[in-house]
Write a protein that binds this ligand. Structure first.
Ligand code: GDP
Length: 300
């Protein structure tokens, strides 16, 4: 992810560095090129526009242009703006999951079919068990796809955690209630509820997910989106935010050649932080999302 964007931005900044002294026109021209690079990387238009406006405001100041290394200053300002767009900066929440709630902590996984929701549930379970020493219960509420509950059961075995026994014929709400009940009785720390996805946003899906959310009151509602879907991922996120309400985003397939713009647009579009990244099919391919490290990666 971000390779093309990184190359483009480096080109712009190399040119700026070679100039030495900078005029306001040089900065304006460089920022125009940065804007084009952001748009080509699939950053949403209003997000790119705001980012550039912010950088321009900070960069055309006399001190920057007259400073010893003006190009370096401009790059630093772009870096800071990227960190902010990615949800970082002063006062930002620490990355990763927020499990700061009484046990059993419910985590609700939502998203479109194929986004990597079930795989991510398994990845989170493995990490919580091995790194955080948590007792985790996995439960699939997906009654639409016959194989879904079995798929989660298999992942639970691979992750070394328990999964809710399958009872055919139950509704998602009944399964959720049973999962919470088992978690309370058997003193689980965390319950991961994996909901059914659809190929695209539809009312039935949204109502089902909203009903499960109202019944289980999850501490974290994590939206899983596929980075490869670019602008669509951002639209999906906006929809889920409006209709269900999420407080974290997991972006998957960042191991692919996604252009990365979705990651830069998510925070401004939904207000929710990206908490985790999925970087492969294996269960250990889960990373914390560090805005500052991502910005450094983009700026190379
Ligand atoms: P769901 O329908 O949202 O539950 O999606 P699944 O979890 O079943 O994942 C769909 C496919 O995407 C599977 O083949 C996964 O192995 C794959 N997948 C999930 N996350 C990632 C990821 O981060 N990187 C890659 N390369 N593949 C992933």
């Amino acid at each position: 992810m971000f390779e093309a964007l990184s190359t483009r931005l480096n080109g712009v900044f190399d040119k700026l560095r070679r100039r030495g002294a900078l005029s306001e026109a040089d900065v304006t021209e460089a920022l125009r090129e940065v804007r084009v690079a952001l748009l080509e990387a699939d950053v949403a238009l209003p997000v790119a526009r705001d980012l550039i406006a912010k950088v321009r405001e900070r960069a055309v100041g006399v001190e920057v242009i007259r400073s010893v290394s003006p190009a370096q200053q401009v790059i630093k300002i772009v870096n800071d703006a990227l960190v902010e767009a990615l949800g970082g900066g002063e006062g930002a929440e620490a990355p990763g999951l927020d499990l700061n709630a009484p046990s059993p902590v419910p985590i609700l996984m939502v998203g479109l079919q194929g986004s990597g929701k079930t795989t991510t549930s398994g990845k989170i379970a493995l990490r919580l068990r091995t790194r955080d020493k948590k007792k985790v219960l996995l439960a699939s509420l997906d009654v639409a796809r016959p194989a879904a509950q079995l798929q989660l059961q298999t992942l639970a075995t691979q992750a070394g955690v328990m999964s809710l026994p399958i009872v055919p014929g139950q509704s998602p709400l009944e399964i959720a209630a049973r999962a919470m009940d088992m978690a309370r009785r058997e003193l689980f720390d965390v319950v991961i509820l994996d909901t059914a996805g659809r190929l695209s946003i539809d009312d039935a899906l949204m109502s089902e997910v909203a009903a499960v959310k109202a019944a289980t009151k999850p501490h974290q509602t994590l939206l899983v989106v596929d980075a490869m879907t670019g602008q669509d991922a951002v639209n999906t996120a906006r929809n889920f935010q409006d209709r269900v309400g999420v407080n974290g985003i997991v972006m998957t397939r960042v191991d692919g050649d996604a252009r990365g713009g979705a990651a830069l647009s998510m925070r401004a579009t939904t207000g929710a932080p990206i908490r985790l990244l999925g970087a492969g099919e294996k269960l250990d391919a889960l990373e914390d999302f560090h805005p500052d490290r991502i910005a450094s990666r983009i700026l190379g």
